[in-house]
Design a protein around this ligand. Structure first.
Ligand SMILES: [Zn+2]
Ligand SMILES: [Zn+2]
Length: 254
């Protein structure tokens, strides 16, 4: 599995793009940045998008990708997957014919350019060789993270945005080889992190202590660039040598 980090930022600035992780060029986890990072050829290779939650920094690439597929005038279509409240929010608040055209009604072959597919937490779907399962996390709006499992049982868990949670780690219960976890804020704004459903380096350490098996690799995502220096030094002080801040543009092999 090759995971290309299109964006892993908790705020938007030049060279800091919102959350988007592209698996093998075809499956996208979140769509905070797509058309601002990928060229047309690579945009048109995307077949599925798994959305963690409906906050704009995780969905804003969807309408612009749909528009580029329309103009690209080929046979490409994209399946969007998420839990029911997220699908509802995308339909009612984004593709609502006011904010943007409803690309789930614009035909492409026998289907439409975009299709919205509902998932249930804990129930896996199979895409290509992968088994992808949503697990509920703790955020300010209904949200899930995704466990992506290879045929050889290598496991990635991408949390999306989350604050402290006991339930998620209990439900996953298997060893995670690669964890991508939200650390948006530094330790000094812990109360703000908890209020908005995010983590700090200190809260990250507490989350790791709840897991039965320590993940093989831990990558920190969704950091606000304004805090990245502080967060980097706070992560170092945790003395967990396989934790580090993700960088936009890098690739992870699993
Ligand atoms: Zn969010
Ligand atoms: Zn976010």
């Amino acid at each position: 599995m090759k995971i290309k980090v299109l964006g892993c930022s908790g705020a938007e600035f030049p060279k800091h793009h919102f959350s988007s992780f592209l698996i093998d060029g075809k499956i996208l986890l979140d769509a905070g940045s797509v058309t601002d990072v990928l060229n047309e050829k690579d945009q048109l290779k995307i077949k599925s998008i798994f959305v963690t939650h409906a906050h704009l920094d995780h969905i804003k690439g969807i309408p612009f990708l749909a528009d580029n597929i329309l103009i690209g005038n080929k046979q490409e279509r994209v399946d969007i997957f998420s839990i029911s409240p997220v699908i509802k929010a995308i339909k009612e608040n984004l593709l609502n014919e006011v904010v943007w055209p409803d690309f789930t009604k614009i035909p492409r072959g026998l289907r439409s350019i975009l299709s919205l597919n509902k998932l249930k937490p804990g129930e896996p779907v199979r895409i290509d060789d992968y088994c992808i399962t949503p697990f509920g996390v703790n955020h300010a709006t209904p949200a899930v993270g995704y466990l992506v499992e290879t045929p050889k049982k290598r496991r990635l868990f991408y949390s999306g945005d989350t604050g402290p949670t006991d339930k998620t780690w209990k439900e996953i219960a298997v060893k995670i080889d690669c964890l991508i976890l939200d650390v948006t804020f530094p330790n000094r704004v812990e109360s703000e992190a908890i209020r908005t459903g995010h983590l700090t380096p200190g809260l990250l350490k507490a989350e790791l202590s709840k897991m039965k098996n320590m993940p093989g690799r831990i990558y920190v995502t969704h950091t606000k660039p304004q805090y990245s220096k502080t967060i980097t030094s706070e992560l170092k002080r945790l003395r967990i040598n396989h934790v580090r801040l993700l960088q936009g543009g890098e690739s992870i092999e699993l």
